[in-house]
Design a protein around this ligand. Structure first.
Ligand SMILES: C[S@@+](CC[C@H](N)C(=O)[O-])C[C@H]1O[C@@H](n2cnc3c(N)ncnc32)[C@H](O)[C@@H]1O
Ligand SMILES: [Zn+2]
Length: 362
């Protein structure tokens, strides 16, 4: 059974029924924001004539929206693929409904990638982990291309399943207030290590963690030196559960308050966002999209702070044995911003001692 829906500028058909992997053709309305960000990002980069690949397309809604919502000069070629023949039937129907021209394939993702001559934008939006597709995607990403990666296996990345995270992402997660940020940084390092094998430095230009998924956009630079520089930013984040200090360190052992600190990593400790891209996205943002506006405004302020961690207001207040002041009051300390990773978190250049002193006095 199909139902007719609307998303962005497109009408389209999707399988009726409860949202799950078992749907004949997968479509999740909760991922609209994920698609909105990808469209805004593609609008906001200077690139033109892109060869785009929607590798795991489901209903094809993302590609239909790319063609209808991006300026024609952006796209040279768009390939829409899914290994499910039911999905491909629906993709064709949906593209036709929206009068969209695209090349549609019903192939295994990795086969399609390997037999292709490459793409400038590859969208990897799988069920669960992107791992099975990373190697071929990294190989076929053009020299300055963009790789977009979604991961929905957040239980591994955020520390519910530590061994699964070690197996799949080659790093140890932590299950604390910062687990979404440490998780996305672990995912980033894993993708970077796959690219590094082919001398491709995959630098994140935009990242977000929303509801049940993480999403990162990487810009490729084909350069051994860029890869070496990137790998030098793979470190550990250490947490003192007593004084709440956080430290970025090349090793996973450090003492604070006479005890070994808790740790996560190795993980990416560089930037999650390219500031120039954020400014360009803000200029092109549709102000009638509150979810996107909210995400981008928060990311705009937190990306200025430039530290790979944040603090938890409730934890600091509990540590000070004090009721929590309003976040707005705490932000007045300066060099501090809210974070999209947690409503009660603050990203700050100030050290924990200064933060505590300031909060104590409020
Ligand atoms: C999460 S859904 C994609 C959702 C879609 N990107 C969207 O924005 O609505 C994942 C899709 O990957 C497809 N898929 C899974 N394994 C695949 C493979 N090895 N090759 C090609 N497609 C695959 C599934 O059939 C499913 O439609
Ligand atoms: Zn300490």
């Amino acid at each position: 059974m199909l139902k007719k829906l609307q998303e962005g500028s497109c009408s389209f058909y999707a399988s009726a029924g409860k949202i799950s992997k078992e749907l004949p053709v997968f479509y999740n309305p909760d991922m609209k924001l994920n698609r909105d960000v990808s469209i805004l990002l593609l609008k906001s980069i200077p690139d033109k004539d892109l060869r785009i690949l929607d590798l795991l397309a489901g209903s094809g809604i993302r590609s239909a929206r790319f063609v209808k919502e991006l300026p024609a000069s952006k796209i040279k070629d768009i390939v829409v693929n899914d290994k499910s023949s039911e999905a491909v039937k629906l993709i064709r129907k949906n593209l036709k409904l929206n009068k969209v021209n695209a090349k549609v394939f019903n192939r295994d993702a990795n086969e399609l990638l390997i037999q292709s001559s490459g793409f400038d934008y590859i969208d990897v939006d799988p069920f669960g982990s992107p791992n099975p597709f990373l190697d071929c995607a990294a190989k076929r990403l053009s020299r300055k291309g963009i790789l977009a990666v979604t991961a929905t296996d957040t239980s591994a990345l955020c520390g519910s399943f530590i061994l699964a995270c070690k197996r799949k992402y080659w790093a140890a997660p932590v299950r604390n207030y910062m687990m979404h940020e440490t998780g996305i940084r672990i995912l980033i390092r894993k993708v970077q290590l796959i690219g590094a094998q082919y001398d491709k430095a995959l630098e994140p230009v935009f990242s977000h963690s929303t509801r049940h998924y993480m999403r990162v956009y990487f810009r490729c630079a084909k350069s051994k030196t860029a890869v070496d520089k990137m790998i030098s930013k793979h470190k550990y984040l250490l947490f003192c559960n007593k004084c709440l200090d956080i430290s970025v360190h090349p090793q996973n052992r450090k003492i604070c308050c006479k005890k070994s600190m808790a740790w996560a990593g190795p993980l990416w400790t560089g930037n999650l966002w390219d500031r120039r891209l954020i400014l360009s996205m803000l200029k092109r943002l549709d102000r009638d999209n509150p979810a996107l506006l909210n995400l981008l405004s928060t990311i705009n302020t937190e990306s200025k702070i430039g530290v790979p961690y944040f603090f938890s207001i409730p934890l600091i207040c509990r540590n000070l044995k004090k009721s929590c002041p309003k976040k707005e009051e705490i932000l007045k300390i300066g060099k501090t911003a809210q974070t999209h990773f947690a409503l009660d978190g603050i990203r700050s250049k100030k050290d924990i001692k200064k933060l505590k002193k300031f909060i104590q006095a409020l």
